[in-house]
Design a protein. Structure first.
Length: 219
């Protein structure tokens, strides 16, 4: 008999009740997620002070009673081991640059299809980070405009342990099937990691990825 997966506790914070209802309805239908929702930072802080623990916070930056960045700071203090996923309409360069320097696990734009949010949560739950493609493209542009900036050291460009393993295998010249066999993962999963690495390194082909990836692995 297969052991059931432990419940994954999620708290979604969004000031739009309809958006919040959509998030909770969508995720509650996906075991083992248990989702709670709140529309204000005041309710959030009350939950945290009450000792409630969550594995993941889905946080909007636009809140009626507090700055989203302030709420994020409080979450980090109260729940240092929890993952934080920013779900926002904001795509302004200065906002993205600030997010890039924060200790968060991902960013998803509300302009993305709803499936992107589900995918992001699944990836974060596995211990990886998730930044939608538009966010990464903007960071690349910011990095090009400000070469002295420490954008390359931002969490968005840091590789998870699994991404490093896949990158190492690619640098050794292994095929997708060979990597899947070594890491005990499906070829589809390896393909996803490969695509993500190409985006993070702004590589247009495998040769560029290997070249840029080796510099990363050698540091």
């Amino acid at each position: 008999m297969q052991t059931p997966e432990p419940t994954y506790h999620i708290l979604a914070l969004d000031d739009h009740p309809m958006v919040l209802e959509g998030i909770t309805h969508l995720l509650s239908a996906t075991p083992p997620y248990h989702v709670e929702g709140t529309t204000s930072s005041k309710e959030l802080f009350a939950l945290l002070e009450g000792g409630n623990q969550f594995d993941l916070f889905i946080l909007d930056l636009e809140l009626p009673d507090a700055n989203g960045f302030e709420a994020l700071k409080t979450i980090r203090q109260q729940c240092p081991n929890a993952a934080i996923l920013i779900y926002t309409m904001h795509e302004e360069p200065w906002i993205l640059a600030r997010l890039a320097r924060l200790s968060i696990q991902g960013v998803v734009s509300k302009n993305c299809p709803v499936g992107t949010l589900v995918e992001a949560i699944s990836v974060i739950r596995q211990g990886d980070t998730y930044y939608n493609e538009a966010f990464l493209r903007q960071l690349e542009l910011l990095s090009e405009e400000k070469p002295s900036d420490k954008m390359a050291s931002s969490p968005a460009f840091q590789l998870s342990e699994r991404e490093q393993q896949v990158l190492q295998c690619i640098s050794e010249g292994m095929t997708t099937s060979e990597i899947a066999d070594r890491l005990f993962l499906s070829t589809n999963t390896i393909g996803t990691y490969r695509h993500r690495l190409m985006k993070k390194f702004n590589a247009h082909n495998v040769i560029q990825l290997i070249s840029k990836g080796r510099k990363y692995l050698d540091t």
